[in-house]
Design a protein around this ligand. Sequence first.
Ligand code: LLP
Length: 402
Amino acid sequence: MINFKELANEHKTPLYIYDLDYMTKQYGDLKDAFKGRKSIMAYAVKSNSNLSIVKHFADLGSGADCVSIGEVRRAFLAGVPAYKIIFSGVGKSDDEIREAIEKDILYINVESEAELGRVELIAKELNSTSRISIRVNPNIDPQTHPYISTGLHDNKFGVELDTAKRMYIRANNSQYLDPVGIHFHIGSQLTELKPIYESAEIVADLVRSLSNIKIELKFFDIGGGLGVKYDDEITIAPYDYAQAILGTLKGLDLTVICEPGRFLTANAGYFLTKVLYEKQNGAKRFVVVDGAMNDLLRPSLYNAYHKIEVITDSESELSKADVVGPVCESGDFFAKDYQLPVLEHNDLLVVHSAGAYGFGMGSNYNTRGRSAEVALEDGKARLIRKRENFEDLIALEKDLLV
Ligand code: LLP
């Protein structure tokens, strides 16, 4: 049992709490599911990029899937070895590509023909060879929220099969490119196995047809996307996930690269916020709290459900309320029509499943400093990010005042 009250009193609110032991367990479950096959777990840093979290996974043997050079630098700082770092993303700048090649990471996931051209040119300037993988868009509907669906031709990600094949041939003929992998990632918060299986099959077939023309790849990068339980979702078991993927790889000697984010971090995280006031506008009841959409954006952006646990002495009847923050937007809410007792000033709300895409998607909107972050491990709590104060927020502006 986590003592949320004590943590809130010690570190103030709003506050993020992460249970590292839970992350360890999730990591072990997924890694074990692939046993018998060479595999690398490359933690999707974007899901929670706090250095101590990235280091926690690095210590467990994880690599890192990064989508900006900032994330690549975080991975290095956290102790992830270069040979386990992947750089993905649809729009890498020349500077980012240059640094990734210089740092000699495992490979760059290339997402367009134009990008392949830039990588080749930059590798040539550096008199180097860049290991690459190509992200294939299998045009499969992942059946998830449209904002986090990435595997359809309507989405900006990856390239069509024919284009991918052309790119592999070009890369194979270039002395500055070394095609080592193939990649797909059809979306996030996936709860259906079939689209994953179908995508893997399409991509594995491409690997075979490349092998027929003597282009031999080493890495089969299945992306991330495993869904978790926020509410009453039925999720995919790691074992079934691994079996479905491995079933498509018969006869192929490939190392599986998996890029899990949410599966490792979402349900390890809690967002603590205190009640400021209750108010009533006509028939509508609002609970106003000290956290806001700048701290945890998922409800506002995706209408995402997060369970809310109440820590109060109140024994009143439950009634529906919207839980809202202080930001000047009607979209600033954590829950709508949520059953809650009557709450007092300083009662504590614990927003669950906040470990993935929580803090990282935060902002300073309304000149609000970002929350502190605390890690729990072996029954001990330690601060892993200080609360931002006003001075932090104006540091890059104040000397420029004229
Ligand atoms: N690999 C690639 C190439 C990705 O684009 C992503 C996530 C992952 C791995 C990790 O996916 P995961 O295992 O976490 O599902 N902000 C959204 C989620 C965006 C996911 C973006 N890509 C949310 O809060 O639901």
